[in-house]
Write a protein that binds this ligand. Structure first.
Ligand code: CMP
Length: 132
């Protein structure tokens, strides 16, 4: 069993898509091991997205992620990191297959509905930032 961390971001929470997104994970037989609704502060965004802190889009990302509630979930299953990344699709919805989470619910590269850890190492860091 491998675990990963998934966020349902403020755009998707605001649009009332929590249930449909969770259903997409359950349809693929992933298990939800933990779940939390919270609102990001600037400080938690800076810790969670530390690798993006110097990027030009970081101020936009900060504003977006603090704009409303987020759902964080720990998801488990077989090869979960890579299978969840496939299920959510690429960062930019223009590149997403229509049956991916972002293909269905993302509206831009920033407002892209969900996040998932890109490695086991990042999962451990992200889990500690949100659930630690
Ligand atoms: P995520 O997979 O959570 O990882 C970093 C986030 O930064 C990404 O999803 C987007 O929400 C956001 N992001 C990435 N690239 C850009 C960009 N070019 N402009 C604005 N936001 C971006």
């Amino acid at each position: 069993m491998e675990k990963t961390l998934v966020l349902i971001k403020p755009d998707a929470v605001r649009a009332g898509k929590i249930g449909e997104i969770i259903s997409m994970f359950e349809a693929k037989k992933f298990k939800i091991d933990a779940m939390l609704m919270f609102r990001f502060t600037n400080e938690i965004v800076e810790r969670f997205y530390a690798v993006h802190r110097e990027k030009d889009f970081f101020p936009d990302l900060l504003k977006f992620m603090t704009s409303g509630n987020t759902i964080a979930m720990i998801v488990s299953g077989q090869n979960t990191v890579s299978r969840v990344r496939n299920l959510i699709g690429p960062t930019d919805p223009a590149e997403c297959e229509p049956d991916t989470v972002r293909g269905r619910f993302a509206t831009s590269v920033r407002r892209n509905a969900v996040h998932a850890s890109d490695s086991h190492e990042h999962y451990l860091i992200e889990k500690e930032v949100i659930f630690g």
